[in-house]
Design a protein around this ligand. Structure first.
Ligand code: MN
Length: 248
């Protein structure tokens, strides 16, 4: 089982969630919303074999905390994973869009200096701008667009730029989400939950709930649940073993 975008530290009882992740053998990319949270998270998961922590600066926090970009850049030297970063262009955050673009671009360019990182990227109502930054900065890094909800033309552009995609049960509840997934390359999709922010309609999704996407994707791909699971597994291994360069 794999969850490539989960806010492990934001559940009411992270220690209990981590214990259950370990018990069930889930591979988790624990994204963080600030550099400080990253440090705390690293300590939390110290003894977990299958949890990796990404250092992040959430776009919704950039207006208030853009100064922490220096801290983010420093901590990036100590991890292969960066997230949650990106740009949010929805009405509450559109005012800081320029600042968000700068912070995101700085993180992408820092990653290039460091030889490339794996990114989990937020692009709500800002997919065009996110792709502008990726196009300009990324050669060695691997961008994963999490919960992509942009227009189809941006999805096609993202595919052309070599982006990966992580998709969760909440995204697949909407028809638009399923339609987008149908257009994504089979060899560049990974499961996620975005828990505890995303829910199943009643309660927050847990990392092991990422499997809820399997039957829905099996239907889209006209295949079996088992084959979806094995595709995710091999995508995940390929992502970790050899980040592919963009713009080949
Ligand atoms: Mn998130």
């Amino acid at each position: 089982m794999i969850d490539t975008h989960c806010h492990v530290d934001l559940y009411p009882s992270p220690a209990r969630v981590i214990k259950e992740i370990d018990r069930r053998g889930v591979y988790v990319l624990a994204v963080t919303t600030t550099p400080k949270a990253y440090r705390g998270n690293v300590r939390l998961v110290e003894s977990s074999k299958r949890i990796r922590v990404a250092v992040g600066l959430h776009p919704e926090l950039v207006a208030a905390r853009h100064c922490e970009i220096d801290d983010l850049c420093k901590l990036m030297a100590g991890t292969r994973y960066v997230g949650e970063v990106g740009i949010d262009g929805s009405p509450e955050h559109v005012g800081s869009k320029g600042l968000q673009f700068d912070v995101f671009s700085t993180a992408l360019s820092r990653a290039e200096e460091l030889g490339g990182k794996i990114f989990s990227i937020h692009s709500r109502a800002a997919s065009g701008l996110v792709l502008d930054a990726i196009e300009k900065q990324v050669v060695k890094s691997t961008p994963i667009l999490h919960w992509f909800s942009g227009p189809l033309k941006d999805l096609k552009r993202a595919i052309g730029l070599g982006c990966w995609f992580s998709v969760g049960p909440a995204m697949l509840r909407s028809r638009k989400g399923s339609e987008l997934v149908a257009q994504m390359p089979v060899d560049r999709i990974l499961p996620e939950t975005d828990g505890p922010f995303a829910s199943d309609g009643r309660s927050p999704l847990m990392p092991w709930d990422s499997e809820q996407v399997n039957p829905i994707i099996a239907e889209i791909w006209k295949t079996s649940d088992a084959s979806v699971r094995s595709t995710f597994r091999s995508n995940f291994e390929r992502l970790l073993v050899q980040p592919e360069p963009l713009h080949p």
